[in-house]
Design a protein around this ligand. Structure first.
Ligand SMILES: CC(C)[C@H](C(=O)O)[C@@H](O)C(=O)O
Ligand code: SF4
Length: 473
């Protein structure tokens, strides 16, 4: 078992007991709630006549079902309206802070926590959502949980969890031009597999990770769950503290910031920490990644050949063949030139301000290809407002992108933003599962925001490094 890691330290500090099952009970510092997975849990509490134990440590938003075009109430989609109303009444009954769309703070749950400074190093964070691992970018232990666990946390502010092993993922070197955090995590999942992390928590480290912005670290941690890991994290450092200092939580309270910073420093993994496993990835050797299949692990460098299923190990062969049939790709070829119908810039992986900036840099002075419908769905209302303040909305609109309201949108198609028929989507999201974006025949290709922008303007999968910035007067 690992020793001296952030994981061990934060775990120990939050342990309130050990259950006969061997699981530890941890106190939960922050419980994030959204409309999809919470209604049943609130219902179970009500049935038992229980109250929410710590509304002050519970925070809600609405993201999956919100329409990103017309948000007038009642929502056109009855199921969406029902979920929204249920959340509204649940948070009102329990006096839980709720970032509804009238607050200017609404957005994807994994975007709003970090941007408001709710997400802090050394915290335990849970949410009924698998991508809760995103918050690990701040050095928090963040776990996606199921409905019965949401009920438990609402009622007790504690969660029963089993301790995992820690694998240090050391990303060495410097990332090349056009290579982003998204490419790092797609390459890692290609190498270790979507089940490679089972039984582990991933600690991301090394020069390439440490030199990333918080947004980049979030993109990596976000996809820990796609790597099979229980969660992932990055040790907090100067970059983390700079981000936090500017958030609502600390902007006006530098003393509290200084006090907490001592704690944050203390929970960093020790220099001589012991890991259960270490994996090294050469960041300098990576190129922009795209997926060719129907799992996030089926990815390849933009100039690398799509693998032949015959060359893959036993367990992967059939799945790969099926994926290639669905995607209609040919082994031996590259993904470059693969025609694209839709460009989706959004999701909790890649819809933060820096992601929008990256994409805008490619789009500026260009036009969306006539055969492509392209949309930007900012991760939160604040991201949207910040992007508008620097004119990014104009860049996207002038190029022919739709500029939408914040939400999960086409990441999973729980609102009206869906693929039609066998459309191909260049997507900055995290899952390319069959049917994920609303159509069973739809085809999703995962890539970085800049690569989505490149595909939008050329109408095909394109190496963004070959599309230099256009000089605009
Ligand atoms: C709806 C929710 C439960 C789900 C998740 O847990 O991840 C969603 O956010 C997703 O990305 O598939
Ligand atoms: S943006 Fe996508 S991955 Fe993230 S929480 Fe929403 S549906 Fe899940």
């Amino acid at each position: 078992m690992s020793r001296g890691t952030l994981y061990d330290k934060v775990w120990d500090r939050h342990r309130v007991g050990t259950l006969p099952s061997g699981q530890d009970q941890l106190f939960v510092g922050l419980h994030l709630v959204h409309e999809v997975t919470s209604p049943q849990a609130f219902g179970m509490l009500e049935e038992r006549g229980l109250e929410v134990a710590r509304p002050d440590r519970t925070h809600a938003t609405v993201d999956h079902i919100v329409p990103t075009a017309d948000q007038s109430r009642p929502y056109a989609d009855e199921a969406a309206e029902e979920m929204m109303s249920a959340l509204e009444s649940n948070v009102a009954d329990s006096a839980i802070d709720f970032d509804d769309p009238t607050t200017g703070r609404q957005g994807i749950v994994h975007v709003i926590g970090p941007e408001q400074g709710l997400t802090q190093p050394g915290m335990t964070i849970v949410c009924g959502d698998s991508h809760t691992c995103t918050h690990g970018a701040f050095g928090a232990l963040a776990f996606g949980i199921g409905t019965s666990q949401i009920r438990d946390v609402l009622a007790t502010q504690c969660i029963a969890l089993e301790k995992k092993q820690v694998r240090r993922i050391e990303v060495t070197g410097e990332l090349g031009e056009g290579v982003t955090a998204k490419d790092v995590i797609l390459a890692l999942i290609r190498d270790l597999g979507t089940d490679g992390g089972v039984g582990y928590v991933y600690e991301y480290a090394g020069e390439a990770v440490e030199s990333l912005s918080m947004e980049g670290r979030m993109s990596i941690c976000n996809m820990s769950v796609e790597a099979g890991a229980r969660t992932g994290y990055v040790n907090p450092d100067g970059t983390t503290y700079e981000w936090l200092r500017e958030t609502d939580a600390f902007r006006d309270d530098p003393e509290r910031f200084d006090r907490l910073r001592e704690y944050w420093e203390s929970i960093r993994s020790d220099a001589d920490a012991e890991y259960d496993d270490v994996y090294e990835l050469d960041g300098s050797a990576l190129e922009p990644m795209v997926t060719w299949g129907t799992t996030p692990g089926q990815g390849v460098g933009i100039s690398d050949p799509i693998p032949d299923p015959e060359d893959l190990p036993d367990g992967k062969r059939e799945v790969a063949a099926r994926a290639q049939e669905h995607m209609r790709v040919t082994p031996g070829e590259t993904m470059e030139g693969y025609p694209v119908d839709v460009a989706f810039l959004g999701s909790c992986t890649n819809a933060r301000l820096s992601d929008l900036r990256d994409a805008a840099r490619v789009v500026r002075g260009r036009e969306v290809h006539p055969d492509v419908r392209a949309m930007v769905v900012p991760g939160s209302q604040r991201v949207k407002a910040a992007a508008e303040a620097e004119g990014l909305d104009d860049v996207f609109r002038e190029a022919g992108f739709d500029w939408r309201a914040a939400g999960c949108s086409m990441c999973l198609g729980m609102n009206e933003d869906q693929l039609v028929g066998d459309e191909v989507c260049a997507s900055s999201s995290n899952r390319n599962f069959v049917g994920r974006q609303g159509s069973p025949e739809g085809r999703t290709i995962l890539m970085s925001p800049a690569m989505v922008a490149a595909a939008a303007v050329t109408g095909e999968v394109t190496d963004v490094r070959e599309l230099p910035e256009v000089a605009v007067a």
